[in-house]
Write a protein that binds this ligand. Structure first.
Ligand code: 5RP
Length: 236
């Protein structure tokens, strides 16, 4: 499956391959979104086909649902599954406390709901995602379309008052129009200074009416599987 891969794809592939070893017969598994998670879905599909592994997948986006079906994974909704044994997902950043910034792919709302409804969350990453302190990657917030500019303005004011806003809040676009999430909302990317207190920031952001959820994952991730370009894998 790996063929001739670039070092970065090798890193994602070996992390994904190791992480799917946590999956056991009969498990209900949350399936993350993004290029690293896509490797995981392919590796899991390979185990389903070659070993006859019986699992139920709960995808965190329409993209992942489509890929999971293509590779032979039976998918269902979180409401049907009720609770999950394990979620495996990618990340945009992880810190030494296993706090994350997610949402670069615009799916952090469903990802956070799914991961929170799981016994364990295992994150797969390449070494570029590891940071001492979160914040270099713009923090995504999912915002409902109604009153978008008012919400964005209020968020900017709050962040400036907390002295965490570095440059600005940017409405994410795709093809020249605002990006629309699977839930029909938009994403605003917050360009911040280093995030000294992710817990406080997460609580403040989620207090703003119009903000559905932010991309900070705190006390959710249990382990990070890091793949390297030379094929090595480490787990923290
Ligand atoms: C999607 C996510 C992704 O997990 C995150 O953006 C990492 O993606 P990739 O594996 O493509 O770097 O949070 O909302």
């Amino acid at each position: 499956m790996s063929g001739e891969l670039s070092p970065i794809d090798t890193a994602k592939f070996v992390a994904a391959k190791r992480a799917v070893q946590y999956v056991e017969d009969g498990m209900r598994v949350g399936l993350g979104t993004g290029s690293t998670a896509a490797w995981m879905v392919r590796c899991l599909g390979e185990r389903v086909r070659s070993e006859g592994l019986k699992i139920t997948g709960v995808p965190t986006s329409t993209r992942t649902a489509e890929l999971a079906r293509q590779v032979g994974i039976e998918v269902t909704t979180l409401d049907e599954a009720k609770w999950l044994d394990l979620t495996i997902d990618g990340t945009d950043e992880y810190d030494p406390d296993l706090c994350l910034i997610k949402g670069g792919g615009g799916a952090h709302l469903q990802e956070k709901i799914v991961a929170t409804a799981s016994d364990r969350m295992v994150v797969i990453a390449d070494p570029t995602k590891g940071v001492d302190m979160l914040g270099a990657f713009p923090l995504p917030i999912e915002v409902i379309p109604f009153g978008l500019q008012a919400t964005k303005g209020l968020v900017e004011e709050l962040l400036a008052a907390m002295d965490v806003l570095d440059s600005k809040a940017v409405l994410r676009e795709k093809g020249g129009v605002p990006f629309v999430t699977d839930e029909g909302n938009h994403i605003v990317d917050l360009h911040l200074k280093r995030i000294q207190d992710p817990r406080k920031l997460s609580m403040v952001l989620n207090q703003v009416p119009g903000v559905v959820e932010n991309g900070l994952f705190i006390d959710i991730c249990d382990a990070v599987v890091i793949g390297h370009g030379d094929g090595r894998v480490e787990v923290i």
